[in-house]
Ligand binder design. Structure first.
Ligand SMILES: Cc1cc2nc3c(=O)[nH]c(=O)nc-3n(C[C@H](O)[C@H](O)[C@H](O)COP(=O)(O)O)c2cc1C
Length: 262
C-alpha cells in the first residue's frame, strides 16, 4: 500500500480506543453534587495515575486523599487566604478571563466536593513536576471513565498551603483535585482547531488540505500531516510527503483555496 494511502486509512478509521472519547468528553468541574464518591473509584484512578511515565522512573508523585470535612475546611481557609492576595494583584487579561469563568478567590469546591486529592512532587527527583503532571493527566482520564469530575486546582502560593498537610520539605504541592460528581452546568471549553496546533517538519507551515471527499475525509482532516513550502508566489511543493499529480487531481488538494500542483 502506498504510504499516503496508509495515512488515509489510519486517519479515517474510527477510533479503536476509548481514550479519545474520554479525553474529548471530560471537562473541568468547579461545582459538585452532594452525592458521595466511592473511595474505590478514586483508588482505581490513583492506580491509573501511578502508571504514568516519570523521569528516570523515580515516580516523584505522592497523593494525600482527604475525606474529612474538618481537614477540608482547614485546606480551604489556607487556600482562600492566598487566593485573596493573588486576585488583588492579578494582571488585567487574566482578571478578565477569571471574570468570564466566574472564578474568584473563593474556592467552595474545596469543602463541597466529597474528596480532595492533594498531589505533591518530590523536588529531589528529576523532572518531578513534569512527571507528576503526567500522572495528573492519567488521573483525570480515569476519573472521567468512572463518571467522576475534578478541577486541577493549583493554589496560588502552594508553599503557604503545604504545611496544612504536614508534608516533608522536599515535597512541592502541585495541585489539589476536588473529586466528585459534577453539578457544573458550564459547557466544555472549546479547543483551538487541530490544524493550528500541529505542524509537520517546520513550525508554522500549514497545508490546508480540503475536499478530499473521495477518501472519506472531512475538510482539514489531513492538513497537519502535510507541510507545504512556498516556492514562488502561488506555487507550492509538498515537503516530505510524495504526492503525484494524479493523486493531487484525485484528492482535489487546495491550499487556502488555491489548488496545489504536484
Ligand atoms: C496546569 C493547570 C492549572 C490549572 N489551575 C486551575 C486553577 O487553579 N483553578 C481553576 O479553577 N482551574 C484551573 N485549571 C483548569 C483550567 O482552567 C481548565 O482545564 C481549562 O480552562 C480548560 O477547561 P476544561 O478542563 O473544562 O477543558 C488548571 C488547568 C491546568 C491544566
Amino acid at each position: 500500500m502506498h504510504s499516503l494511502e496508509r495515512r488515509f486509512v489510519s486517519l479515517t478509521s474510527p477510533p479503536s480506543s476509548i481514550v479519545i472519547e474520554l479525553a474529548t468528553r471530560r471537562r473541568t468541574t468547579r461545582v459538585f453534587a452532594k452525592t458521595p464518591a466511592a473511595l474505590d473509584d478514586v483508588i482505581y484512578c490513583i492506580k491509573v495515575a501511578v502508571q504514568a511515565p516519570s523521569g528516570a522512573n523515580r515516580q516523584p508523585w505522592r497523593f494525600v486523599l482527604v475525606d474529612d470535612l474538618k481537614t477540608k475546611e482547614r485546606i480551604r481557609v489556607a487556600c482562600e487566604e492566598q487566593e485573596k492576595r493573588h486576585h488583588a494583584n492579578v494582571e488585567a487579561n487574566l482578571k478578565q478571563w477569571f471574570n468570564s469563568k466566574n472564578i474568584t478567590w473563593q474556592k467552595p469546591f474545596l469543602t463541597e466536593s466529597p474528596i480532595l486529592l492533594a498531589v505533591f512532587s518530590s523536588q529531589k527527583m528529576p523532572y518531578a513536576t513534569e512527571s507528576t503532571w503526567l500522572a495528573i493527566g492519567y488521573m483525570i482520564l480515569a476519573l472521567e471513565e468512572r463518571s467522576l469530575s475534578t478541577v486541577t486546582y493549583t493554589p496560588s502560593y502552594p508553599e503557604n498551603v503545604r504545611s496544612v498537610f504536614n508534608a516533608p520539605d522536599e515535597y512541592k504541592l502541585e495541585a489539589i483535585l476536588p473529586i466528585g460528581y459534577s453539578s457544573d452546568s458550564k459547557p466544555k471549553e472549546p479547543r483551538r482547531p487541530f490544524q493550528s496546533s500541529v505542524y509537520k517538519n517546520l513550525w508554522n507551515v500549514e497545508a490546508w488540505l480540503m475536499g478530499a471527499r473521495g477518501h472519506g475525509l472531512k475538510d482539514g482532516d489531513l492538513s497537519p500531516w502535510l507541510s507545504v513550502r512556498p516556492v514562488h508566489h502561488r506555487q507550492f511543493t509538498l515537503d516530505q510527503v510524495q504526492i503525484t499529480s494524479s493523486q493531487v487531481g484525485d484528492l482535489n488538494l487546495q491550499l487556502g483555496g488555491l489548488p496545489i500542483r504536484g
